[in-house]
Ligand binder design. Sequence first.
Ligand code: COA
Length: 250
Amino acid sequence: MEYTDINLVEDGNTRIIYFNREGHLNTVTEHMVDEIIHAMKSVVDSSRSIIIGGRNNFSAGADIAQFQYIDARNAYDFHLKLNELALFFRNYPRPVISFLNGYVLGGGLELSLSTDIRICSRKAILGQPEINLGINAGAGGNVILPSVIGRNRALYMILTGEKITALQAYDFGLVDLLSDDPEAEARRIAEIINNMPEHAVSITKHAVNTSTDSNIELKLDYEAALFGILQSEKDTKERIDKFMQKKRSK
Ligand code: COA
């Protein structure tokens, strides 16, 4: 299959997925989600690990253009699509390592939360800015983020929408390693894991998921329903229109 929104690259026993919407800060669309899942399914038997990221930016979140004219039902469906990818990362039998460059915001940060190891550029900027648009964080921003950095820090990030530095993110435990070259570091770590016993790696990931992911599908589904409700608010529509108008007026 020819991909448009991603590039799939072979690197020994690792497969690297690069987001390929840098012109749009790698904002996430349903099409991009479908391509990532397709690519990962196609290499599950021929690889030992997946690395995912963007050369300049990880992602500035969901593409807000998609939200301008959608109703609650479609907003819910879009959120389910993000959930599908988050759960796919978590349940994938190989380790999924993300490298975080540039902007790591909203849906981008949320999807990275469901990768197994996050390696962050010292220059990256992270945040959950959805509140500015009148919507709640998606794909685990309300569910997984609190379990990673604690309820209070999660609420600070979600309720203020403030962007944080890589160093703050590391201090919060939001990213696992800092690096000047996160892609190279991801490759180094993938290589170590690739040389571990294959079955032990997949069983270990499964064991960790079993301990951390209790009822996660239900919790993500509830978050998606609330996302749908907020998308139908007049204030949200106005905020999204304002963002899009600013874009067009440039
Ligand atoms: N969806 C759609 N377009 C987006 C976007 C998003 N999530 N984030 C950025 N863009 C677009 C901007 O509209 C702009 O488009 P234009 O060139 O057509 O005007 C372009 O990406 C560059 O963004 P700009 O704001 O000019 O660059 P910046 O460096 O000053 O700021 C951000 C970058 C990411 C901090 C800022 O664009 C932003 O806050 N975006 C919204 C992020 C967000 O809310 N994500 C969660 C979505 S649910």
